[in-house]
Design a binder for this molecule. Sequence first.
Ligand code: PAF
Length: 249
Amino acid sequence: MTVLVPTMGALHKGHQALIKRARSLSKEVVVSIFINPLQFENIDDLEKYPRSPERDIQLATLAGATEVWMPDYEEIYPGEIKKLSAGSLGNLFEGHARPEHFDGVVTVVNRLFEIVKPAMAVFGEKDFQQLAIIKAMKSSVEIIGVPTVREFDGLALSSRNVRLTEQGRVSANVIHRALAAARLAPTIAIAQEVMDTTLSTEAGFKKDYATIIDEDTFEIATDDVRNKRGIIAGWIDGVRLIDNMKMGV
Ligand code: PAF
């Protein structure tokens, strides 16, 4: 049974957690590394996306990958691209900030599934909306979510973190601080206030959104919603960072 771990490379401990989880499920773990141009709305972001293929092979193998697959563009998109739609969930939050991003994600994930034909595929909860959208694709591939791996100060691991300045890196843990503080609040209103107030303490953080949602529908949560999740996105040093956390309220 093949388990696929789709990545865009620049692997770190977060990806290694996905690979380890995949390996706990099967002896056959394929890690794909493909920087999918379709999911970048901005050429600058695509060009700046970190690339480290040799290190990636090492890290993937150390974590238990049995195959590291680096397809080229033609293998993924031979001829005319049949672009899929991520549906209405694809237009909210990350999708609102990054038009067509999730259409690009579901298109490539569908191609990876078509080519590799895995029984299961593993994705990180850090990209919580992406995980929900991929689950909603309702393919025959079983989708497994893996909890976010964090730095010592709570910052969620991301390939983009290397682009932060020294000061930006220090400021960046405000996102985790805001989520962790909100998680303990007794009501949504207080959680929202705590989240906003914490974020406003870091002048370097430019907020896009900071909201508590119903994690099953992505609608703004009310107190009676069962599964609530805080989601935050913003920029530090012009680098877009996102994170999320299950709320205790
Ligand atoms: O999360 C990612 O790295 C990418 O969006 C994915 C799932 C590999 C698709 O290109």
